[in-house]
Design a binder for this molecule. Structure first.
Ligand SMILES: Cc1ncc(COP(=O)(O)O)c(C=O)c1O
Length: 413
């Protein structure tokens, strides 16, 4: 059992004086109070005994139906019978790993990968192989050569776990060409893909791409979803869509873990989606998060040191930034927390210590003014560390611009 860097930081980042760019928190303050009150009043006025009771392990019929409708919005046609409701997308990752992995089995994932998945993979003693991602997502040439060299050793991955759309943590999206190739590789080699897609509906610009599930039709792709980022993380509702032999084991695994997902929150979510207004709320979120993303990239251009790089994702909640390679973001984090800002160091997204100069930055959880201030503080820490490096090594490599009266880097006018 290992801890997750993000969970360890939750207590620190919950302190009000800290601007947390570390979590993956949706902005729940934007959820319409009237919609919340309406659902709660409906439950209180007649369904209390029902929602205080256990429910079926695979989830309530209504929520499962609504899940198929939400998936239809991303062009996926799903049979209600193939849907298992889970306690958040996190339990979906846990259950699929529990069902498929025996100790020592190979599992392939993105490099970097979702930091919250790694403790799950470790807990089932998977042999984790990470495949490098570039701006178009997971590199298919490296994936193919890895599968081939594993085959030479008589080994075959149990599954390929990927967040192909607006990846957590890298923000990158797997290109259409690579999506098609990935599904083809899975079929040719008879390897399952586990597609984790919490962010697909949060697109701020660019063209929508088909999910791996839509391309494959569900034969080789097991699909994981969640309502955390389009409704609420606190309701803890996610799901797995898998063909019958896997689904049956997932339900057995879930029964062993927690018997069923909360009947109360399933009732809330089932009726909320049934009313059909959820798309409007997602549209609101898209507008808010797009502005926050732009605020973050704008502040990075202003405050991050020369040599730092970052991407501008077309959707999702995260930006991946890389500092000049003499900087270690784990060292920077301690200083950053001292200055009242937090981020996730890049190493937590790798199994082998890579990512030491990188960081994951979340732009959904705090307001634009806080994002700008948070980035300014991280920029100040980077600057101090670079100054120290230059003093100690006599290097002028970074050629930092002089500071203005406010302690910020001077920009050419
Ligand atoms: C890629 C990915 N999968 C799964 C989860 C888990 O989400 P939840 O358990 O809240 O549904 C997250 C949360 O940030 C995530 O980014």
């Amino acid at each position: 059992m290992r801890s997750s860097a993000m969970r360890d930081m939750m207590a620190i980042t919950a302190r009000p004086e800290i601007i947390s760019l570390a979590g993956g928190l949706p902005d729940t303050s934007t959820f319409p109070v009237s919609a919340f009150t309406e659902e709660m009043a409906r439950i209180a006025s007649g369904k209390v005994p029902e929602v205080l009771q256990y429910g079926p392990t695979e989830g309530s019929e209504l929520v499962r139906e609504q899940i198929t409708r939400v998936m239809k919005a991303e062009d996926m046609l799903v049979d209600v019978a193939d849907v298992t409701v889970t306690t958040g997308g996190q339990q979906a990752i846990d259950l699929i790993t529990k069902v498929l992995i025996d100790p020592g089995d190979v599992l392939i994932c993105d490099a970097p990968t979702y930091p919250g998945a790694l403790p799950t993979f470790y807990s089932y003693e998977a042999d984790i192989i990470q495949i490098e991602c570039d701006a178009d997502g997971m590199r298919m040439d490296i994936l193919e050569s890895t599968i081939a060299s594993l085959a030479e050793q008589g080994r075959k991955p149990k599954f390929i776990y990927s967040v192909p759309t607006f990846q957590n943590p890298g923000g990158v999206t797997l290109s259409l060409e690579r999506r098609k190739r990935l599904v083809q590789i899975a079929r040719e080699n008879e390897i399952l893909i586990v597609e984790d897609n919490p962010y697909g509906l949060l697109r701020y610009e660019g063209e929508t791409l088909p999910t791996l599930y839509a391309l494959d039709g569900g034969a080789y792709v097991v699909y994981l979803g969640t309502f955390s980022k389009i409704l609420s993380a606190g309701l803890r509702i996610g799901w797995v869509v898998a063909p019958p032999p896997i689904r049956e084991k997932v339900v057995l695994g879930k029964g062993a873990s927690d018997l069923c997902t909360s009947t109360l929150t399933q009732d809330f979510a089932g009726h909320y989606f049934d009313k059909g207004h959820w798309r409007e709320y997602v549209e609101d979120l898209i507008g808010i998060y797009r502005n926050r993303r732009d605020a973050m990239t704008g502040a990075m251009s202003e405050y991050f040191p020369h040599g730092a790089t970052w991407n501008k994702p077309e959707g999702g909640l995260f930006i991946w930034a890389t500092m000049p390679d003499v900087l270690d973001t784990s060292d920077m984090l301690a200083k950053a927390i001292g200055k009242g800002v937090a981020f996730v160091p890049g190493t937590s997204a790798y199994v082998d210590g890579r990512g030491a100069s990188s960081m994951r930055l979340n732009f959904s959880g705090v307001r634009e003014d806080e994002i700008i201030e948070g980035i300014r503080r991280i920029g100040a820490v980077a600057r101090e560390q670079l100054d120290l490096y230059e003093t100690m090594t006599g290097s002028q490599e970074m050629k930092l611009p002089p500071l203005d009266a406010d302690g910020n880097p001077e920009r050419p006018s």
